[in-house]
Design a protein around this ligand. Structure first.
Ligand SMILES: CC(C)(COP(=O)(O)OP(=O)(O)OC[C@H]1O[C@@H](n2cnc3c(N)ncnc32)[C@H](O)[C@@H]1OP(=O)(O)O)[C@@H](O)C(=O)NCCC(=O)NCCS
Length: 161
């Protein structure tokens, strides 16, 4: 399986047995990291996986990559067919170590290979500084309805070299 690495952190392609690990990272990253930027009601509405089977189908429906430390999944990101980077989540214990940078590099390489000239994402308040640091431009602030809450985020895009 293709793998890129940075010191002790590697990136590999997701497979179906990774579904539970991605759910855990998703929930913990929101509850323990994004919770500094959103109120408790917004966090409760966001940090939910209603049906793990549906989650697994979403993950399998598009390329998804896992960051791995030793054998432990510590982050994941994906790329939809239209060039949307839909998910970028890093385990709370591995924040600020370049994990998302490594995942983004993988996503950008894949997007270029697929012929995309740009990628775009809806960046959370928490992730906006990361994406701006990586060359994304904020197009607009918006609110997106999530289970009765309307947490703000930002439509952003990056032109690929
Ligand atoms: C946003 C997130 C994915 C960043 O992951 P990370 O692995 O900590 O990011 P990296 O360590 O690769 O950071 C890369 C660069 O972005 C900067 N950066 C990351 N988060 C930042 C923040 N909150 N404020 C300022 N700069 C930030 C880093 O300082 C680093 O800069 P450098 O290249 O000058 O060293 C992570 O914080 C996260 O999981 N957040 C919670 C979930 C979330 O909101 N996901 C996005 C949904 S759209």
């Amino acid at each position: 399986m293709p793998m890129s690495s940075r010191d002790d952190i590697g990136v590999r392609e997701y497979d179906a047995t990774d579904a539970g690990a991605t759910i855990d990272i998703f929930l913990r990253a929101i509850r323990e990291v994004a919770s500094k930027d959103y109120n408790p009601a917004q966090i409760d509405a966001w940090a939910k996986v209603d049906d793990p089977k549906v989650w697994a189908q979403w993950r399998a429906s598009r390329p998804t990559w896992l960051a791995i430390c030793e054998t432990q999944p510590i982050g994941f990101a994906d790329l939809k067919a239209d060039g949307c980077l839909d998910m970028m989540f890093v385990h709370p214990d591995y924040q600020g170590k370049g994990v998302a940078s490594l995942l983004l590099k993988t996503v950008e390489t894949a997007a270029s290979h697929q012929g995309h000239r740009r990628i775009f994402t809806e960046a959370s308040l928490t992730a906006r500084p990361f994406f701006e640091r990586k060359g994304f431009i904020v197009l607009a602030a918006q609110t997106v309805e999530k289970r009765g809450q309307t947490p703000p985020n930002f439509r952003t895009e990056k032109m690929l070299a």
